[in-house]
Design a protein around this ligand. Structure first.
Ligand code: URA
Length: 194
């Protein structure tokens, strides 16, 4: 599996299919372990990710690691992390449709090679890529969706993006952080079952 992923990464490293190749410092392909059980798809690399060539290494990534750690999960052993697009959009704007389209072949290849049983869709951009027209994240987070053939029938769960949690400090019942805590426990329950 690693060989196949390395081949796709090599292709991606040379990619010039969209304008983001002109402004990137590094391609951000993935981090974590190619794990048959669990994959997380985020939005797009930010400043630190672009600098280091690794997804989720800035503040949002540190919070994501804490969220996983709260249920005993980590990148080294349990989860494969990637993004909808592999190059940083200028000023961290949302990816454009043509950028997502150009980059889809790499994400699809990652899914096809790993065939994870659970895919977490982290934030609206990731949700739109895999479950278009399903509705906003606040309504659908924490729910399981049955994936189609594109994702090899994986169970899909939309979750809040950690940068949204960073903007919402409250931990009170019903707050985004509290909801994320419910969601990660549900994810861990499912992870242990499969
Ligand atoms: N936000 C994302 O969605 N992905 C990253 O890799 C970093 C921040």
């Amino acid at each position: 599996m690693q060989d196949q992923l390395d081949k796709i990464k090599e292709k991606c490293l040379k990619c010039e299919k969209c304008q983001l190749c002109n402004s990137r410092t590094n391609i951000v392909f993935s981090d974590g372990i190619p794990n048959k059980k669990l994959m997380l798809i985020g939005e797009a690399p930010g400043f630190y990710e672009d600098q280091q060539g690794k997804p989720f290494v800035g503040k949002a990534g540190q919070l994501l690691d804490k969220i996983f750690a709260s249920v005993g999960l980590n990148r080294k052993e349990h989860v494969y992390i990637c993004n909808t697009i592999k190059c940083r959009p200028p000023e961290n704007r949302n990816p454009l449709p043509e950028e997502k389209e150009a980059c889809w072949e790499y994400l699809k290849a990652q899914i096809d090679i790993i065939k994870p049983k659970i895919i977490l869709l982290c934030g609206n951009v990731a949700v739109q890529s895999i479950l278009p027209n399903i509705g906003g994240i606040t309504k659908i987070r924490g729910k399981w969706f049955q994936g189609n053939d594109t994702v090899h029938g994986a169970k899909l769960m939309p979750i809040f993006h950690p940068s949204y949690l960073l903007r919402n400090d409250s931990r009170e019942k019903g707050s985004p952080k509290w909801l994320m805590w419910q969601d990660i426990q549900e994810i861990k329950r499912e992870y242990d079952l499969i």
